[in-house]
Design a protein around this ligand. Structure first.
Ligand SMILES: Cc1cc2nc3c(=O)[nH]c(=O)nc-3n(C[C@H](O)[C@H](O)[C@H](O)COP(=O)(O)OP(=O)(O)OC[C@H]3O[C@@H](n4cnc5c(N)ncnc54)[C@H](O)[C@@H]3O)c2cc1C
Length: 834
């Protein structure tokens, strides 16, 4: 057995096999795949093999689309037929709300060039007469996907991999990982058979691998333990049943009727497809339990759980309703297997937290659909440094160290149950909440705060009616303007007209200090470093020259810096910062890094009255001038005292008004809140949530991390050259310059529908109807009284005044590219003195 390889892939399911194939295809030699049992003996063997293209995420849609296209090409390459039935996929809608979901999806699909059609109930009935349509509003049809045999497609990828030089070893289990500082030493044990069980033999060896990828499916918890990290991939039970042949279906097909597409009655939470004259019913029912949260027992091999028919009764009856001929057909077979989930349903793909050259590909619930694309994009990351799409939404570090087994169990069960619920863009899921609360949470709740969750933190999205029922937020969601909209409008107006107070406690905060700190940060970030007491906005790049993190940097002293970055990405940011410091300490000198996220609360106060409000409570020799432009200029930081609370105040406002961020000791948060509230009331200030803030920052063209800013674009493409000092050397600079400008970030004002705003997922077209780009943010502008959005367009179109069309709710609406910061372009409001 080969003991020195460039890349070792652990796990021979669909995902691991695809990764090995694509690493070889991308040019890596010496790739080896280890499987503890047989290829496909994990979840892959009992998957139903559906390949749905439908997905609301830009990255995942690309991944699924790649898979579907790739699987179509595999037979020509390998000579193996994987049974790909391109029968299409029909998602039915029982309600207008569901049609709205499909219309939003339709715009997303356009951004990834996924072909789809809308069908009326009559069109469905004409094509597939066995389907009952009298209570349907319509359907979304993907004619180009369908289903495949999961084992066969894995075997085809394995053959393709072997043809490209990959070594595949079966019956070898990975039992230990050790990083030598240069490569991984992976201890593996030969597995044997005893009494039908898979057992470890005495034979072991060590494989030396430059890179390791784990794709261990249901064994993710064991992998996590071996690596000493957390991986929130825990399986949930998932069943499907196979019926005896349905005589009506057999007759319909015998008379030349076309195969039914995979049918999805999303409102009834099931899918159905044809199987040898009968039907396969796959429900996503309530109450499916998580399994193996502490590891897969040795006795569980390619096994199944007993069928729980009672649990899926509702979905079973709903199938009979939709396909009446299935009522009298008996059950032939059933499958109840573990299907891996993560708290948000996205797999965990990318560098493992805290480890070098260790890549995770875990937690796949649509692993057959995602395998091809995951292999393709992960291989790009490993071979080229980055993938052509931003993989951050799949990054394993999007969950912090606060994440526990019980949290993952609760969220994964919820995620399973939510597969077919209406996914409103303003959706907030309820399980495992509240968990991470700032001290002021109860006070906010009493005042009507309707919370969202970011990185586990509870954060007000908006303040609804004080006496609202607990279901208010849930009931107010919509693909159009939810009932919350008017509250967010009032909040946004308050910031523009008086003042608003926003809880930004979730912000990620790091201290970087020590003799090497200045030289390091100068290399690590794109902008000039600020002088002591000043701040700047800056970017850390990937080695590939794209944006890894946006920081507001405060220089506390010559060699001490306070770095503020997005709240959703604490561990993601910390991991990169730490690894870069480790790499550069020898060159630059000692650097200390401390994650102080949970030690500091943050209130952002903004609006023309914000100075007056703070003056009421500031303790200073001269409170009247303490916050003046002279003593506290824009883009500077000062230590001030508000009542008895020491505050590190930063004069910035993400809403584009006069304002300060008040970073305060978390244990004094309630005190500070109680101090500020009367002053706020006196000056007509309002509590403001994240939704209004998101709209306001778009009026100022402030890019957000995870939308405009990510690993698929450089800061130059984000049109932020003023924060990039080309006169100095910084990490990723040469790569950034080499990329040039592939597309450019712009702000658009939109004359949209009366009842809906863009969500930042929509496609843009030019006036000839050609695809022109996509929105990455969207919302409503109170300053302009119309819809607003930010997004990326082809460079030739990125001119002020360019007219485009944006697809909202199935229709094209006029959009115009406007100057950066259309609201207060000279920043006069922000700089105002007083
Ligand atoms: C009933 C059911 C129906 C499904 N239907 C669909 C569907 O229609 N479409 C779809 O896309 N998905 C479907 N899925 C989900 C799909 O099965 C999984 O997402 C997919 O199989 C995951 O593939 P994987 O390679 O990540 O994991 P697995 O197939 O579980 O493979 C992991 C492999 O790693 C090996 N391994 C683990 N630890 C080690 C170790 N230490 N050393 C060596 N080897 C190790 C295991 O033996 C296993 O073979 C379904 C799942 C279920 C349960």
């Amino acid at each position: 057995m080969k003991t020195h390889v460039r890349a070792l892939v652990v796990g021979g399911g669909a995902v691991g096999t695809s990764i090995a194939y694509h690493l070889a295809k991308a040019g890596w030699e010496d790739v080896m795949l280890l499987e503890r049992d047989e290829l496909t003996s994990g979840s892959t063997w009992h998957a139903a093999g559906l390949l749905p293209l439908f997905n609301m995420s830009f990255a995942t849609t690309h991944i699924h689309k790649y898979s579907v296209d790739f699987y179509k090409s595999l037979e020509a390459e390998t000579g193996l037929n994987a049974g790909f039935s391109i029968c299409g996929n029909l998602r039915m809608a029982q309600t207008q709300e569901r049609m709205d979901e499909y219309m939003l999806y339709s715009s997303v699909a356009e951004t990834a060039d996924v072909y789809h059609e809308f069908l009326t109930p009559n069109e469905i009935k004409e094509r597939w007469p066995l389907v009952r349509t009298d209570d349907l509003k319509g359907a979304l049809f993907h004619p180009q996907d369908g289903y495949i045999n999961p084992a066969d497609v894995t075997m085809a990828m394995a053959k393709g991999a072997r043809q490209r030089g990959v070594i595949i070893e079966r019956k070898w289990q990975v039992d230990g990982y050790k990083w030598t500082g240069d490569h991984w030493e992976v201890t593996v044990t030969k597995m044997g058979e005893r009494g039908g069980n898979l057992v470890a033999t005495e034979e072991t060896t060590v494989i030396h691998a430059d890179h390791v990828v784990t794709a261990t499916g249901n064994h993710a918890q064991r992998t996590a333990k071996l690596l000493g990290i957390k991986i929130p991939a825990i399986p949930v039970e998932h069943q499907f049943i196979v019926t005896e042949p349905d005589p009506a279906l057999v007759e319909y097909r015998a008379n030349g009727g076309a195969e039914h597409p995979v049918l999805r009655d999303a409102d009834a939470k099931w899918y159905v497809r044809e199987e040898r004259g009968g039907w396969i019913l796959g429900p996503y029912e309530r109450g499916a339990p998580a399994r193996f949260q502490y590891g897969v027992p040795d006795s569980f091999r390619a096994d199944l759980f007993p069928l729980d028919l009672e649990r899926i009764e509702e979905e079973y009856m709903a199938m009979i309703h939709r396909i009446p001929t299935s009522e009298t057909v008996g059950l032939k077979d059933d499958f109840n297997g573990p299907i891996c989930y993560t708290p948000d349903g996205n797999p965990l793909v990318g560098p493992a937290p805290g480890l070098r050259n260790m890549w995770l590909a875990e937690g796949f619930s649509f692993g057959i659909t995602a395998a091809g694309g995951t292999g393709y994009y992960l291989a790009q990351m490993m071979v080229n440094g980055e993938a052509e799409i931003d993989m951050a939404s799949l990054d394993p570090k999007r969950y912090g160290s606060w994440m526990t087994t019980d949290y993952a169990v609760k969220k994964n069960e919820e995620c399973y149950e939510h597969v077919f619920i209406l996914h409103h863009p303003d959706e907030e899921r309820e399980a495992a909440r509240p968990l991470r609360t700032s001290p002021v949470y109860d006070r906010q709740k009493k005042l009507g705060a309707q919370f969202g969750q970011v990185n586990g933190w509870e954060r007000p999205n908006y303040y609804g009616p004080v006496d609202a029922p607990s279901s208010f937020d849930h009931d107010s969601r919509s693909f159009r303007r939810g009932a919350w909209w008017e509250y967010a409008v009032a909040e946004a107006k308050a910031v523009r007209e008086t003042a608003g107070l926003i809880d930004a406690t979730a912000f990620t905060k790091h201290i970087v200090k020590g003799p090497g700190a200045t030289a390091f940060l100068d290399w690590f970030t794109t902008n000039k470093l600020p002088k002591v007491g000043r701040i700047n906005l800056t970017y850390a790049l990937t080695e590939a020259g794209t944006t890894r993190t946006e920081y507001t940097i405060v220089r506390l002293s010559e060699d001490e810096y306070y770095l503020v970055s997005a709240g959703a990405w604490t561990d993601y940011d910390a991991d990169y910062l730490k690894k870069c410091i480790e790499d550069k300490e020898a060159e630059f000198g000692r650097i200390e890094m401390q994650n102080v996220t949970t030690q500091w609360g943050v209130f952002a106060i903004a609006g023309p009255k914000s100075r007056d409000i703070l003056k009421e409570v500031i303790k200073d020799v001269d409170p009247e001038t303490a916050l003046s432009n002279k003593r506290f200029p824009w883009l500077s930081a000062r230590q001030i005292e508000l009542g008895m609370c020491p505050v590190n105040a930063i004069r910035v406002a993400y809403t584009g008004e006069l304002g300060w961020e008040l970073h305060h000791p978390i244990e004094m948060q309630n005190y500070l809140w109680d101090l500020l509230m009367p002053a706020m009331e006196k000056h007509g200030g309002k509590l403001v949530g994240a939704r209004a803030q998101n709209w306001l920052r778009q009026e100022k063209s402030y890019r957000a991390f995870g939308t405009e800013l990510g690993r698929d674009a450089t800061p130059i493409e984000a049109d932020l050259p003023r924060f990039v000092d080309l006169g100095k050397e910084f990490n990723g600079k040469a790569a950034m310059e080499k990329i040039g400008v592939r597309s450019k970030c712009v702000t658009l004002l939109i004359d949209g529908p009366a009842d809906a705003d863009p969500w930042g997922k929509e496609a843009l077209r030019d006036l000839d109807g050609n695809y022109a780009g996509r929105l990455t943010s969207g919302g409503y502008s109170v300053a302009f009284g119309k819809q607003i959005g930010m997004g990326y367009v082809k460079p030739a179109l990125a001119e002020i005044g360019t007219k485009l069309k944006v697809k909202i709710m199935g229709e094209l609406w006029d959009a115009t590219i406007v100057e950066d910061s259309p609201y207060d372009p000279t920043n006069a409001n922000i700089r105002i003195d007083g």
